[in-house]
Write a protein of this length. Structure first.
Length: 231
Protein backbone atom coordinates (compact mmCIF):
# COMPACT_ATOMS: atom_id res chain seq x y z
CA UNK A 1 0.00 0.00 0.00
CA UNK A 2 2.95 2.34 -0.48
CA UNK A 3 1.06 3.85 -3.44
CA UNK A 4 -1.60 4.99 -0.95
CA UNK A 5 0.75 7.51 0.64
CA UNK A 6 0.77 9.82 -2.36
CA UNK A 7 -3.01 9.81 -2.76
CA UNK A 8 -4.11 10.79 0.75
CA UNK A 9 -4.67 14.48 1.35
CA UNK A 10 -6.37 16.75 3.87
CA UNK A 11 -9.98 17.60 3.01
CA UNK A 12 -9.99 21.23 4.08
CA UNK A 13 -13.69 21.70 3.33
CA UNK A 14 -14.44 18.77 5.66
CA UNK A 15 -12.17 20.32 8.30
CA UNK A 16 -13.96 23.68 8.10
CA UNK A 17 -17.45 22.17 8.14
CA UNK A 18 -16.79 19.84 11.07
CA UNK A 19 -14.97 22.47 13.11
CA UNK A 20 -17.80 24.97 12.55
CA UNK A 21 -20.34 22.35 13.60
CA UNK A 22 -18.39 21.23 16.68
CA UNK A 23 -17.81 24.80 17.82
CA UNK A 24 -21.46 25.65 17.08
CA UNK A 25 -20.47 28.74 15.12
CA UNK A 26 -23.90 28.97 13.52
CA UNK A 27 -25.40 29.60 16.97
CA UNK A 28 -23.40 32.78 17.57
CA UNK A 29 -26.12 35.41 17.65
CA UNK A 30 -24.18 38.66 17.86
CA UNK A 31 -23.21 39.76 14.34
CA UNK A 32 -19.96 41.48 15.36
CA UNK A 33 -18.82 38.42 17.33
CA UNK A 34 -19.66 36.02 14.52
CA UNK A 35 -17.82 38.22 12.02
CA UNK A 36 -14.69 38.25 14.18
CA UNK A 37 -14.78 34.49 14.75
CA UNK A 38 -15.31 33.70 11.07
CA UNK A 39 -12.49 36.06 10.10
CA UNK A 40 -10.15 34.31 12.55
CA UNK A 41 -11.29 30.93 11.29
CA UNK A 42 -10.52 31.90 7.70
CA UNK A 43 -7.09 33.09 8.80
CA UNK A 44 -6.49 29.88 10.77
CA UNK A 45 -7.45 27.73 7.78
CA UNK A 46 -5.17 29.68 5.49
CA UNK A 47 -2.26 29.39 7.89
CA UNK A 48 -2.86 25.68 8.46
CA UNK A 49 -2.90 25.01 4.72
CA UNK A 50 0.47 26.70 4.31
CA UNK A 51 2.12 25.07 7.32
CA UNK A 52 0.75 21.53 7.31
CA UNK A 53 3.31 18.90 6.32
CA UNK A 54 1.38 15.61 6.00
CA UNK A 55 3.27 12.42 6.76
CA UNK A 56 2.08 8.79 6.60
CA UNK A 57 3.55 5.44 7.60
CA UNK A 58 1.61 2.22 7.04
CA UNK A 59 2.27 -1.50 7.48
CA UNK A 60 0.36 -4.73 6.81
CA UNK A 61 0.39 -7.52 9.43
CA UNK A 62 -1.21 -10.97 9.26
CA UNK A 63 -3.56 -11.95 12.08
CA UNK A 64 -2.70 -15.32 13.63
CA UNK A 65 -5.36 -15.56 16.33
CA UNK A 66 -8.35 -13.82 17.91
CA UNK A 67 -8.65 -14.27 21.65
CA UNK A 68 -11.51 -13.05 23.85
CA UNK A 69 -9.54 -9.91 24.65
CA UNK A 70 -6.60 -9.79 22.24
CA UNK A 71 -5.51 -10.00 18.61
CA UNK A 72 -2.29 -11.92 17.94
CA UNK A 73 -0.24 -10.68 14.97
CA UNK A 74 2.36 -12.57 12.95
CA UNK A 75 5.75 -12.10 14.65
CA UNK A 76 3.97 -10.17 17.42
CA UNK A 77 2.86 -8.21 19.24
CA UNK A 78 -0.59 -9.11 20.60
CA UNK A 79 -2.97 -6.15 20.79
CA UNK A 80 -4.92 -6.31 24.04
CA UNK A 81 -8.54 -5.15 23.99
CA UNK A 82 -11.85 -6.99 24.22
CA UNK A 83 -13.63 -4.36 22.09
CA UNK A 84 -10.85 -4.33 19.50
CA UNK A 85 -10.90 -8.12 19.19
CA UNK A 86 -14.69 -8.13 18.86
CA UNK A 87 -14.64 -5.22 16.40
CA UNK A 88 -12.11 -6.89 14.06
CA UNK A 89 -12.96 -10.57 14.56
CA UNK A 90 -12.57 -12.54 11.33
CA UNK A 91 -9.92 -10.27 9.83
CA UNK A 92 -7.21 -12.04 7.87
CA UNK A 93 -4.80 -9.20 8.44
CA UNK A 94 -4.68 -5.63 9.63
CA UNK A 95 -3.20 -2.39 8.37
CA UNK A 96 -1.63 -0.25 11.07
CA UNK A 97 -0.92 3.34 10.16
CA UNK A 98 0.27 6.66 11.48
CA UNK A 99 -0.81 10.04 10.10
CA UNK A 100 0.57 13.45 11.04
CA UNK A 101 0.42 17.03 9.82
CA UNK A 102 3.83 17.87 11.27
CA UNK A 103 4.77 20.36 13.97
CA UNK A 104 4.42 23.78 12.36
CA UNK A 105 0.67 24.19 12.79
CA UNK A 106 0.75 23.52 16.53
CA UNK A 107 3.85 25.70 16.94
CA UNK A 108 2.09 28.57 15.16
CA UNK A 109 -1.00 28.10 17.34
CA UNK A 110 1.14 28.32 20.49
CA UNK A 111 2.89 31.39 19.12
CA UNK A 112 -0.43 33.19 18.56
CA UNK A 113 -1.58 32.26 22.07
CA UNK A 114 1.62 33.62 23.63
CA UNK A 115 1.29 36.79 21.56
CA UNK A 116 -2.18 37.39 23.00
CA UNK A 117 -4.31 36.38 20.01
CA UNK A 118 -6.08 33.61 21.88
CA UNK A 119 -8.93 33.24 19.42
CA UNK A 120 -6.65 32.69 16.43
CA UNK A 121 -4.39 30.40 18.44
CA UNK A 122 -7.31 28.33 19.65
CA UNK A 123 -8.90 28.02 16.21
CA UNK A 124 -5.59 27.15 14.54
CA UNK A 125 -5.01 24.41 17.10
CA UNK A 126 -8.51 23.08 16.46
CA UNK A 127 -8.01 23.22 12.70
CA UNK A 128 -4.85 21.15 13.17
CA UNK A 129 -6.73 18.50 15.14
CA UNK A 130 -9.42 18.17 12.51
CA UNK A 131 -6.84 18.20 9.72
CA UNK A 132 -5.08 15.09 11.03
CA UNK A 133 -8.47 13.48 11.68
CA UNK A 134 -9.30 14.16 8.02
CA UNK A 135 -6.09 12.37 7.01
CA UNK A 136 -6.92 9.31 9.12
CA UNK A 137 -10.45 9.27 7.70
CA UNK A 138 -9.13 9.48 4.15
CA UNK A 139 -6.58 6.69 4.72
CA UNK A 140 -9.37 4.44 5.98
CA UNK A 141 -11.65 5.28 3.05
CA UNK A 142 -8.85 4.88 0.49
CA UNK A 143 -7.98 1.44 1.87
CA UNK A 144 -11.64 0.46 1.73
CA UNK A 145 -11.98 1.50 -1.92
CA UNK A 146 -8.72 -0.11 -3.05
CA UNK A 147 -9.32 -3.41 -1.26
CA UNK A 148 -12.94 -3.63 -2.43
CA UNK A 149 -11.51 -4.19 -5.92
CA UNK A 150 -9.91 -7.36 -4.52
CA UNK A 151 -13.21 -8.51 -2.97
CA UNK A 152 -12.02 -7.60 0.51
CA UNK A 153 -13.78 -5.50 3.13
CA UNK A 154 -12.28 -3.11 5.69
CA UNK A 155 -13.41 -2.36 9.23
CA UNK A 156 -13.82 1.05 10.79
CA UNK A 157 -10.48 2.20 12.19
CA UNK A 158 -9.65 1.78 15.87
CA UNK A 159 -7.01 3.75 17.81
CA UNK A 160 -5.31 3.31 21.19
CA UNK A 161 -7.49 5.07 23.74
CA UNK A 162 -10.74 4.00 22.08
CA UNK A 163 -13.06 2.08 24.43
CA UNK A 164 -10.99 -0.39 26.45
CA UNK A 165 -7.85 -0.32 24.26
CA UNK A 166 -5.21 1.21 26.59
CA UNK A 167 -3.30 4.24 25.34
CA UNK A 168 -0.13 2.40 26.46
CA UNK A 169 -0.62 0.09 23.47
CA UNK A 170 0.93 2.92 21.43
CA UNK A 171 4.25 1.31 22.38
CA UNK A 172 3.20 -1.88 20.59
CA UNK A 173 2.17 0.04 17.49
CA UNK A 174 5.52 1.83 17.57
CA UNK A 175 7.18 -1.58 17.22
CA UNK A 176 5.38 -2.33 13.95
CA UNK A 177 4.82 1.12 12.42
CA UNK A 178 7.88 3.09 11.29
CA UNK A 179 7.29 6.30 13.26
CA UNK A 180 10.54 7.81 11.99
CA UNK A 181 9.29 7.58 8.41
CA UNK A 182 6.50 10.03 9.27
CA UNK A 183 8.75 12.19 11.45
CA UNK A 184 6.97 11.25 14.68
CA UNK A 185 8.34 10.17 18.05
CA UNK A 186 6.65 8.71 21.12
CA UNK A 187 7.30 9.92 24.66
CA UNK A 188 7.40 7.72 27.76
CA UNK A 189 3.88 8.94 28.60
CA UNK A 190 2.55 7.80 25.17
CA UNK A 191 2.32 11.31 23.72
CA UNK A 192 3.15 11.54 20.03
CA UNK A 193 5.39 14.39 18.93
CA UNK A 194 4.21 16.26 16.86
CA UNK A 195 0.93 16.11 18.77
CA UNK A 196 -1.21 16.48 15.67
CA UNK A 197 -0.70 12.80 14.87
CA UNK A 198 -2.95 9.74 14.90
CA UNK A 199 -2.24 6.00 14.96
CA UNK A 200 -4.91 3.48 14.07
CA UNK A 201 -5.53 0.01 12.72
CA UNK A 202 -8.18 -1.41 10.40
CA UNK A 203 -9.09 -5.06 9.96
CA UNK A 204 -9.26 -6.62 6.49
CA UNK A 205 -11.32 -9.72 5.69
CA UNK A 206 -13.59 -11.36 3.13
CA UNK A 207 -15.97 -9.26 1.07
CA UNK A 208 -19.00 -9.50 3.36
CA UNK A 209 -17.21 -9.50 6.73
CA UNK A 210 -17.44 -5.75 7.18
CA UNK A 211 -20.43 -5.22 4.93
CA UNK A 212 -22.02 -3.05 7.60
CA UNK A 213 -19.16 -0.99 8.97
CA UNK A 214 -19.80 -0.27 12.64
CA UNK A 215 -18.10 2.65 14.36
CA UNK A 216 -16.32 1.74 17.62
CA UNK A 217 -17.96 4.89 19.02
CA UNK A 218 -21.23 2.95 19.15
CA UNK A 219 -19.78 0.84 21.96
CA UNK A 220 -18.23 3.76 23.84
CA UNK A 221 -19.88 5.49 26.79
CA UNK A 222 -17.90 8.70 26.29
CA UNK A 223 -20.60 10.85 24.70
CA UNK A 224 -18.66 14.15 24.73
CA UNK A 225 -15.64 13.59 22.48
CA UNK A 226 -14.12 15.65 19.67
CA UNK A 227 -13.68 12.58 17.54
CA UNK A 228 -16.96 10.80 18.22
CA UNK A 229 -18.25 9.47 14.92
CA UNK A 230 -21.79 8.89 13.76
CA UNK A 231 -20.78 7.09 10.57
Amino acid sequence: MEDLIGTVTIDWKWVEAHLAAREKLARISKDSTKEAVLASLAKALGEAKSKAAPGISIVKKAVTNFGPAAIALENGPALSSKELSSHMKGSRHIYAFLATIGKEVEEAASSHMHAGDHLLGYLLDRVGSFAVESMAKNIEETLRKKLARKNLSVSMRFSPGYCDWPIEEQFKLAKIIDFDKAGVSLTESCVMIPRKSITAIVGVGPKDLFKEVRSPCAACNMKVCDYRRKD
